[in-house]
Design a protein around this ligand. Structure first.
Ligand code: PMP
Ligand code: GLU
Length: 387
């Protein structure tokens, strides 16, 4: 059948495709170590599951408003106030089927044909494709490893032209674990405010941050910054709820209204049961869970960093947040896709090639898995690279 042009140019998500392939190999009995998945290995907390079970038995199984229930939106407003110091009205919030869906919707609503949206390299695989689907042009800014892959205000200024509509800021970032501090965000926000550029702030890894680093939302740097920012967040990573599909946007009322309209004519509401679960997650006091999770991830990060430092042909960048190790493999003499393919075929270890993140010299190793899996995986990688 004939496929529409607008979809033919879209690349499949490397993260989802490789993770699914590796999980399927494992399920069919192959001894595969999956260091690809961007999802915490631990289960969703019981209290959240119980709330969902109760929602089912209570019969909360019908349509809700397309933008989410009033009580979940209230819980999101409280979270944004308490955690991020941000005041939003419920009418400025829309709940969607994961943060990915929120990002997609926001881009559909704000991007016109031919608009440029700035994306900072190395970037999450879905940003450029979503921008293209919205009719826009991704404008990639290549950052330097010497600056820890951080965008400098001067680089941002130089990338702006009359077609620039928005920028996506992702802190902590996937795949490099970059965390911007308040001052750096202030400087970037200033450039955006001066040039009237919308900031889409993807804060999905907010709760996975190391060594006492604090997450700061760019929307909180000033009233001016808040006015031009759409905050996107969700529960996938913070509450280990990747399969429940709940994310949200908060920002400009008109954008929220149109995102709600778009959703009303496309997906309708996110799953009613997941919404109840998400509300329980946001209203619960989960601080202890967050710190325990961070300690666990940090331990695995440090173990991986320590073990890989004995192998000079793989050079990892130390992440300050999220749960990925972005590793320079250029000394191995293979492009990232070949490296990842051979590693999977020859050693049965699944990692994600850096190419789809905009840097073919790198691979991404996820340390969201349990320690045992990581130990086995890194030993196999060392063994393979060493030969
Ligand atoms: N942003 C980034 C940077 C991600 O890595 C992901 C992947 N989970 C998402 C957004 C989307 O998350 P979800 O749709 O599961 O909420
Ligand atoms: N974001 C995660 C990752 O990068 C999950 C998969 C996806 O949605 O891309 O692995």
């Amino acid at each position: 059948m004939k496929i529409a042009k607008k979809i033919l140019g879209v690349k499949p998500s490397a993260t989802l495709t490789i993770t699914a392939k590796a999980k399927a190999m494992k399920a069919s009995g192959e001894d595969v170590i999956v260091l690809a998945a961007g999802e915490p290995a631990h289960d969703t907390p019981d209290i959240i599951k119980d709330a969902a079970i109760k929602a089912i038995t209570d019969g909360f199984t019908k349509y809700t408003p397309a933008a989410g229930t009033a009580s979940l939106k209230e819980a999101i407003c409280c979270k944004l106030k308490n955690d991020n110091g941000l005041d939003y009205d419920a009418s400025e919030v829309v709940v969607s089927n994961g943060a990915k869906h929120s990002l997609f919707n926001v881009l559909q609503v704000i991007v016109e044909e031919g608009d440029e949206v700035i994306v900072v390299h190395p970037y999450w695989v879905s940003y450029p494709e979503m921008i293209k689907l919205a009719g826009g042009q991704p404008k990639i800014i290549t950052t330097s490893i010497s600056n820890g892959f951080k965008l400098r205000p001067q680089e941002l200024k130089s990338a702006i032209n009359e077609n620039t509509r928005a920028i996506i800021i992702n802190s902590p970032s996937n795949p490099a674990g970059v965390v911007y501090d308040q001052k750096e965000l202030e400087e970037l926000a200033k450039v955006c405010v001066e040039n009237n550029i919308t900031i889409i702030s993807d804060e999905i890894y907010e709760k996975i941050i190391f060594e006492g680093k604090a997450h700061f939302s760019i929307a909180a740097v000033s009233e001016g910054a808040k006015a031009v920012t759409i905050v996107v967040n969700g529960l996938s990573k913070s509450h280990s709820m990747t399969g429940w599909r709940i994310g949200y946007m908060a920002g400009d009322k008109e954008v929220a209204k149109m995102v709600s309209t778009l959703q009303g004519q496309s997906t309708s509401n996110p799953c009613s049961i997941s919404q109840v679960a998400a509300e329980c997650a946001l209203r619960g006091n989960m601080e202890e869970d967050f710190s325990r999770n961070c300690e666990g991830f940090q331990e695995r990060r440090d173990f991986l960093m320590g073990t890989l430092s004995q192998e000079e042909r793989i050079v990892p960048l130390k992440p300050e947040g999220a749960f990925y190790l972005f590793c320079d493999i250029s000394k191995c003499g293979l492009d990232s896709l070949t490296f990842a393919k051979k590693l999977l075929e020859e050693k049965k270890v699944a990692v994600i090639p850096g190419g789809p993140f905009g840097d073919d010299r790198y691979i991404r190793i996820s340390f969201a898995s349990d320690m045992e899996t990581i130990e086995e995986g890194v030993n196999r990688i060392k063994d393979w690279v060493g030969h």
